[in-house]
Design a binder for this molecule. Structure first.
Ligand code: SAM
Length: 313
Protein backbone atom coordinates (compact mmCIF):
# COMPACT_ATOMS: atom_id res chain seq x y z
CA UNK A 1 0.00 0.00 0.00
CA UNK A 2 1.24 3.55 -0.71
CA UNK A 3 1.56 6.16 2.05
CA UNK A 4 0.25 8.81 -0.39
CA UNK A 5 -3.23 9.87 0.72
CA UNK A 6 -5.84 8.43 -1.59
CA UNK A 7 -3.36 6.22 -3.45
CA UNK A 8 -4.28 2.65 -2.63
CA UNK A 9 -2.58 -0.26 -4.33
CA UNK A 10 -1.44 -3.51 -2.75
CA UNK A 11 1.54 -4.88 -4.71
CA UNK A 12 0.72 -8.38 -5.91
CA UNK A 13 3.04 -11.38 -5.57
CA UNK A 14 5.27 -9.06 -3.57
CA UNK A 15 7.52 -11.59 -1.80
CA UNK A 16 7.65 -13.88 -4.84
CA UNK A 17 8.69 -11.01 -7.13
CA UNK A 18 11.41 -9.73 -4.82
CA UNK A 19 12.73 -13.26 -4.30
CA UNK A 20 12.67 -13.89 -8.07
CA UNK A 21 14.76 -10.78 -8.74
CA UNK A 22 17.55 -12.13 -6.47
CA UNK A 23 18.52 -8.55 -5.68
CA UNK A 24 22.21 -7.71 -5.56
CA UNK A 25 22.66 -5.05 -2.86
CA UNK A 26 24.83 -2.74 -4.97
CA UNK A 27 22.95 -3.40 -8.20
CA UNK A 28 21.09 -1.25 -10.70
CA UNK A 29 17.38 -1.98 -11.08
CA UNK A 30 14.47 -0.63 -13.07
CA UNK A 31 10.77 -0.77 -12.37
CA UNK A 32 9.04 -0.11 -15.70
CA UNK A 33 5.60 0.20 -14.09
CA UNK A 34 6.37 1.87 -10.79
CA UNK A 35 2.76 2.83 -9.94
CA UNK A 36 2.63 3.70 -6.25
CA UNK A 37 6.11 2.28 -5.73
CA UNK A 38 5.03 -0.77 -3.72
CA UNK A 39 7.40 -3.26 -5.33
CA UNK A 40 10.06 -0.58 -5.72
CA UNK A 41 10.03 0.14 -1.98
CA UNK A 42 10.85 -3.55 -1.48
CA UNK A 43 13.68 -3.38 -4.02
CA UNK A 44 15.11 -0.31 -2.24
CA UNK A 45 14.98 -2.07 1.12
CA UNK A 46 17.26 -4.74 -0.34
CA UNK A 47 19.69 -2.30 -1.98
CA UNK A 48 22.64 -0.75 -0.18
CA UNK A 49 23.81 2.83 -0.56
CA UNK A 50 25.50 2.06 -3.91
CA UNK A 51 22.35 0.54 -5.43
CA UNK A 52 20.25 2.43 -8.00
CA UNK A 53 16.62 2.26 -9.01
CA UNK A 54 15.02 3.75 -12.13
CA UNK A 55 11.24 4.00 -11.96
CA UNK A 56 9.09 4.53 -15.04
CA UNK A 57 5.37 5.18 -15.37
CA UNK A 58 3.29 6.71 -18.15
CA UNK A 59 0.71 7.96 -15.66
CA UNK A 60 1.51 11.40 -14.26
CA UNK A 61 -0.50 10.79 -11.07
CA UNK A 62 1.06 7.38 -10.42
CA UNK A 63 4.47 8.93 -10.84
CA UNK A 64 3.54 11.72 -8.41
CA UNK A 65 2.54 9.07 -5.86
CA UNK A 66 5.83 7.21 -6.42
CA UNK A 67 7.73 10.51 -6.12
CA UNK A 68 6.04 11.28 -2.83
CA UNK A 69 6.84 7.85 -1.51
CA UNK A 70 10.38 7.32 -2.83
CA UNK A 71 11.51 10.56 -4.41
CA UNK A 72 13.74 11.82 -1.61
CA UNK A 73 15.80 8.64 -1.77
CA UNK A 74 19.05 9.55 -3.56
CA UNK A 75 19.21 6.08 -5.15
CA UNK A 76 15.96 6.65 -7.07
CA UNK A 77 15.44 8.29 -10.45
CA UNK A 78 11.87 8.60 -11.74
CA UNK A 79 11.05 8.93 -15.42
CA UNK A 80 7.75 9.63 -17.06
CA UNK A 81 7.06 7.62 -20.20
CA UNK A 82 6.14 4.33 -21.74
CA UNK A 83 8.20 1.31 -20.72
CA UNK A 84 8.01 0.22 -24.37
CA UNK A 85 10.53 3.03 -24.96
CA UNK A 86 12.85 2.00 -22.11
CA UNK A 87 15.92 1.74 -24.33
CA UNK A 88 15.57 5.40 -25.29
CA UNK A 89 14.55 6.54 -21.80
CA UNK A 90 17.26 4.93 -19.69
CA UNK A 91 20.80 6.36 -19.77
CA UNK A 92 22.76 5.14 -22.78
CA UNK A 93 24.85 2.06 -22.06
CA UNK A 94 23.10 1.33 -18.76
CA UNK A 95 23.10 -2.35 -17.90
CA UNK A 96 20.61 -3.57 -15.33
CA UNK A 97 20.94 -6.21 -12.63
CA UNK A 98 17.19 -6.65 -12.75
CA UNK A 99 13.91 -5.20 -13.87
CA UNK A 100 10.23 -5.50 -13.10
CA UNK A 101 7.13 -5.01 -15.25
CA UNK A 102 3.88 -5.25 -13.28
CA UNK A 103 1.53 -4.89 -16.24
CA UNK A 104 -1.81 -3.17 -16.65
CA UNK A 105 -3.46 -0.65 -14.38
CA UNK A 106 -3.22 -0.15 -10.63
CA UNK A 107 -6.13 -0.57 -8.21
CA UNK A 108 -5.93 3.16 -7.66
CA UNK A 109 -6.43 3.90 -11.38
CA UNK A 110 -9.32 1.41 -11.53
CA UNK A 111 -10.91 2.85 -8.42
CA UNK A 112 -10.59 6.55 -9.41
CA UNK A 113 -13.94 7.14 -11.17
CA UNK A 114 -12.72 10.24 -13.01
CA UNK A 115 -10.14 8.12 -14.87
CA UNK A 116 -12.96 6.26 -16.60
CA UNK A 117 -11.67 2.70 -16.05
CA UNK A 118 -14.53 1.60 -13.81
CA UNK A 119 -17.89 0.15 -14.78
CA UNK A 120 -19.13 0.73 -11.22
CA UNK A 121 -19.46 4.54 -11.40
CA UNK A 122 -20.69 6.75 -14.19
CA UNK A 123 -17.87 9.06 -15.31
CA UNK A 124 -16.23 10.37 -18.49
CA UNK A 125 -14.99 7.40 -20.52
CA UNK A 126 -11.27 8.24 -20.61
CA UNK A 127 -9.15 5.13 -19.74
CA UNK A 128 -5.87 6.68 -20.90
CA UNK A 129 -2.98 5.83 -18.59
CA UNK A 130 -1.13 8.79 -20.07
CA UNK A 131 -3.62 11.64 -20.09
CA UNK A 132 -1.18 14.01 -21.80
CA UNK A 133 -1.91 12.58 -25.25
CA UNK A 134 -3.69 10.03 -27.38
CA UNK A 135 -7.41 9.49 -27.69
CA UNK A 136 -9.85 8.65 -24.92
CA UNK A 137 -11.88 5.44 -24.83
CA UNK A 138 -14.98 7.43 -25.78
CA UNK A 139 -13.21 8.86 -28.84
CA UNK A 140 -11.90 5.40 -29.75
CA UNK A 141 -15.42 3.96 -29.62
CA UNK A 142 -16.74 6.88 -31.66
CA UNK A 143 -14.22 6.62 -34.50
CA UNK A 144 -13.27 2.93 -34.77
CA UNK A 145 -15.00 0.79 -37.37
CA UNK A 146 -17.18 -2.13 -36.32
CA UNK A 147 -14.57 -4.78 -37.20
CA UNK A 148 -11.86 -3.04 -35.14
CA UNK A 149 -14.15 -2.88 -32.09
CA UNK A 150 -15.24 -6.50 -32.56
CA UNK A 151 -11.65 -7.72 -32.94
CA UNK A 152 -10.54 -5.81 -29.83
CA UNK A 153 -13.38 -7.27 -27.76
CA UNK A 154 -12.59 -10.73 -28.99
CA UNK A 155 -8.80 -10.64 -28.95
CA UNK A 156 -8.19 -8.62 -25.80
CA UNK A 157 -10.93 -10.08 -23.62
CA UNK A 158 -12.22 -13.30 -25.23
CA UNK A 159 -15.67 -11.64 -25.31
CA UNK A 160 -18.09 -14.17 -26.84
CA UNK A 161 -20.57 -11.39 -27.59
CA UNK A 162 -17.97 -9.27 -29.42
CA UNK A 163 -19.87 -9.05 -32.71
CA UNK A 164 -23.17 -8.10 -31.09
CA UNK A 165 -21.57 -5.53 -28.74
CA UNK A 166 -19.72 -3.90 -31.65
CA UNK A 167 -22.95 -3.74 -33.65
CA UNK A 168 -24.83 -2.13 -30.72
CA UNK A 169 -21.99 0.38 -30.18
CA UNK A 170 -22.32 1.51 -33.80
CA UNK A 171 -26.11 1.76 -33.48
CA UNK A 172 -25.87 3.74 -30.23
CA UNK A 173 -23.24 6.18 -31.47
CA UNK A 174 -25.36 7.05 -34.51
CA UNK A 175 -27.92 8.39 -32.00
CA UNK A 176 -25.41 10.00 -29.64
CA UNK A 177 -21.61 9.75 -29.40
CA UNK A 178 -20.17 7.75 -26.51
CA UNK A 179 -19.16 9.96 -23.57
CA UNK A 180 -19.37 8.05 -20.31
CA UNK A 181 -18.58 4.71 -18.70
CA UNK A 182 -22.35 4.37 -18.33
CA UNK A 183 -22.71 4.46 -22.14
CA UNK A 184 -20.40 1.45 -22.50
CA UNK A 185 -22.17 -0.43 -19.69
CA UNK A 186 -25.49 0.23 -21.48
CA UNK A 187 -24.11 -1.06 -24.78
CA UNK A 188 -23.08 -4.32 -23.11
CA UNK A 189 -26.46 -4.58 -21.36
CA UNK A 190 -28.24 -4.13 -24.67
CA UNK A 191 -26.03 -6.60 -26.50
CA UNK A 192 -25.95 -9.51 -24.05
CA UNK A 193 -29.30 -11.13 -23.24
CA UNK A 194 -30.42 -10.71 -19.64
CA UNK A 195 -30.41 -14.47 -18.94
CA UNK A 196 -26.76 -14.67 -20.05
CA UNK A 197 -25.79 -11.57 -18.07
CA UNK A 198 -27.38 -13.00 -14.94
CA UNK A 199 -25.27 -16.18 -15.23
CA UNK A 200 -22.06 -14.12 -15.49
CA UNK A 201 -20.03 -14.52 -12.30
CA UNK A 202 -18.57 -11.01 -12.56
CA UNK A 203 -19.85 -7.76 -14.01
CA UNK A 204 -20.96 -8.40 -17.62
CA UNK A 205 -19.16 -5.26 -18.80
CA UNK A 206 -15.77 -6.20 -17.33
CA UNK A 207 -14.49 -7.87 -20.52
CA UNK A 208 -15.56 -4.93 -22.70
CA UNK A 209 -13.85 -2.49 -20.32
CA UNK A 210 -10.67 -4.58 -20.35
CA UNK A 211 -10.65 -4.79 -24.16
CA UNK A 212 -11.24 -1.08 -24.71
CA UNK A 213 -8.61 -0.17 -22.12
CA UNK A 214 -6.04 -2.43 -23.82
CA UNK A 215 -6.86 -0.97 -27.23
CA UNK A 216 -6.76 2.67 -26.06
CA UNK A 217 -3.41 2.19 -24.30
CA UNK A 218 -1.96 -0.11 -27.01
CA UNK A 219 -0.93 -2.57 -24.33
CA UNK A 220 -0.44 -5.79 -26.32
CA UNK A 221 1.02 -5.20 -29.79
CA UNK A 222 4.31 -3.56 -28.66
CA UNK A 223 4.81 -5.91 -25.69
CA UNK A 224 6.88 -8.60 -27.44
CA UNK A 225 9.43 -6.08 -28.72
CA UNK A 226 9.42 -4.33 -25.34
CA UNK A 227 10.28 -7.59 -23.55
CA UNK A 228 13.16 -8.19 -25.97
CA UNK A 229 14.40 -4.65 -25.31
CA UNK A 230 14.25 -5.14 -21.54
CA UNK A 231 16.20 -8.40 -21.82
CA UNK A 232 18.80 -6.60 -23.94
CA UNK A 233 19.19 -4.07 -21.11
CA UNK A 234 20.12 -6.77 -18.57
CA UNK A 235 23.63 -7.74 -17.51
CA UNK A 236 24.45 -11.45 -17.80
CA UNK A 237 22.70 -13.11 -14.86
CA UNK A 238 20.29 -10.15 -14.54
CA UNK A 239 16.62 -11.00 -14.19
CA UNK A 240 13.42 -9.66 -15.71
CA UNK A 241 10.24 -10.31 -13.70
CA UNK A 242 6.90 -9.77 -15.43
CA UNK A 243 3.51 -9.89 -13.73
CA UNK A 244 0.48 -10.21 -16.00
CA UNK A 245 -3.21 -10.14 -15.14
CA UNK A 246 -5.02 -11.88 -17.96
CA UNK A 247 -4.43 -14.79 -20.27
CA UNK A 248 -3.82 -12.68 -23.39
CA UNK A 249 -1.02 -10.74 -21.70
CA UNK A 250 0.45 -13.88 -20.11
CA UNK A 251 0.48 -15.65 -23.48
CA UNK A 252 2.54 -12.83 -25.01
CA UNK A 253 5.03 -12.95 -22.10
CA UNK A 254 5.27 -16.74 -22.23
CA UNK A 255 5.85 -16.82 -26.00
CA UNK A 256 8.35 -13.94 -25.95
CA UNK A 257 10.37 -15.61 -23.18
CA UNK A 258 10.23 -18.94 -25.02
CA UNK A 259 11.55 -17.33 -28.23
CA UNK A 260 14.40 -15.72 -26.27
CA UNK A 261 15.19 -19.04 -24.59
CA UNK A 262 15.66 -21.07 -27.77
CA UNK A 263 18.73 -20.95 -29.97
CA UNK A 264 18.99 -22.07 -33.60
CA UNK A 265 15.67 -22.19 -35.45
CA UNK A 266 17.02 -23.61 -38.72
CA UNK A 267 15.07 -26.50 -40.27
CA UNK A 268 16.51 -29.78 -38.84
CA UNK A 269 17.55 -30.96 -42.34
CA UNK A 270 20.18 -28.21 -42.64
CA UNK A 271 23.64 -29.60 -41.75
CA UNK A 272 24.84 -26.31 -40.19
CA UNK A 273 23.09 -23.40 -38.56
CA UNK A 274 22.48 -20.48 -40.92
CA UNK A 275 20.07 -18.47 -38.74
CA UNK A 276 22.71 -17.61 -36.13
CA UNK A 277 20.06 -17.31 -33.43
CA UNK A 278 21.49 -17.84 -29.94
CA UNK A 279 19.60 -18.41 -26.69
CA UNK A 280 19.47 -15.15 -24.75
CA UNK A 281 17.81 -16.20 -21.52
CA UNK A 282 17.19 -19.14 -19.29
CA UNK A 283 13.82 -19.50 -17.61
CA UNK A 284 14.51 -20.36 -13.95
CA UNK A 285 11.01 -21.81 -13.62
CA UNK A 286 9.05 -23.22 -16.51
CA UNK A 287 5.65 -22.33 -15.12
CA UNK A 288 4.45 -18.99 -13.73
CA UNK A 289 4.04 -18.23 -10.03
CA UNK A 290 0.49 -17.45 -8.92
CA UNK A 291 -0.93 -15.92 -5.76
CA UNK A 292 -1.43 -18.11 -2.70
CA UNK A 293 -4.98 -18.74 -1.51
CA UNK A 294 -4.33 -16.28 1.33
CA UNK A 295 -3.18 -13.49 -1.01
CA UNK A 296 -6.02 -14.11 -3.48
CA UNK A 297 -8.46 -13.99 -0.54
CA UNK A 298 -7.06 -10.68 0.72
CA UNK A 299 -6.61 -9.04 -2.69
CA UNK A 300 -9.05 -10.10 -5.44
CA UNK A 301 -6.81 -8.43 -8.04
CA UNK A 302 -4.10 -11.00 -7.27
CA UNK A 303 -6.34 -13.91 -8.32
CA UNK A 304 -5.45 -13.71 -12.00
CA UNK A 305 -1.83 -12.58 -11.51
CA UNK A 306 1.00 -14.62 -13.02
CA UNK A 307 4.68 -13.96 -12.49
CA UNK A 308 7.22 -15.08 -15.09
CA UNK A 309 10.97 -14.67 -14.85
CA UNK A 310 13.73 -14.66 -17.46
CA UNK A 311 17.44 -14.61 -16.61
CA UNK A 312 19.89 -13.18 -19.15
CA UNK A 313 22.60 -15.61 -20.20
C1 SAM B 1 -0.10 -2.72 -11.66
S1 SAM B 1 0.43 -1.07 -11.55
C2 SAM B 1 2.00 -1.19 -10.80
C3 SAM B 1 1.98 -1.13 -9.32
C4 SAM B 1 3.32 -1.16 -8.67
N1 SAM B 1 4.05 -2.37 -8.96
C5 SAM B 1 3.19 -0.98 -7.16
O1 SAM B 1 3.54 -1.91 -6.43
O2 SAM B 1 2.73 0.07 -6.73
C6 SAM B 1 0.84 -0.71 -13.18
C7 SAM B 1 1.39 0.67 -13.41
O3 SAM B 1 2.05 0.62 -14.65
C8 SAM B 1 1.75 1.75 -15.40
N2 SAM B 1 1.87 1.32 -16.80
C9 SAM B 1 1.14 0.41 -17.45
N3 SAM B 1 1.59 0.26 -18.71
C10 SAM B 1 2.64 1.10 -18.83
C11 SAM B 1 3.54 1.39 -19.89
N4 SAM B 1 3.43 0.80 -21.09
N5 SAM B 1 4.53 2.26 -19.66
C12 SAM B 1 4.67 2.87 -18.45
N6 SAM B 1 3.84 2.66 -17.43
C13 SAM B 1 2.84 1.78 -17.60
C14 SAM B 1 0.36 2.14 -14.99
O4 SAM B 1 0.14 3.51 -15.20
C15 SAM B 1 0.35 1.76 -13.51
O5 SAM B 1 0.72 2.86 -12.70
Amino acid sequence: MSDVPGFQHIPVLYEETLAALEIRPGGVYADGTIGGGGHSAGILERLDDQGRLFGIDRDQEALAAARKRLGDDHRVRLLRGNFHDAKAMLPEGLQLDGALLDLGVSSWQLDSPERGFSYHQNAPLDMRMDQSGGITAAEWLNISDEMTIKEALYQYADERWAARIAQIILEMRREKPFETTGDLVRAVDKAIPKAVRQKDEGHPARRAFQAVRIAVNDEIAPLTQALEDWVSLLKPGGRLAVISFHSIEDRVVKQAFKRLEVGCICPPKLPVCVCGKKPQVRLPRGYPAAASAAEAGDNPRARSAKLRIAEKL
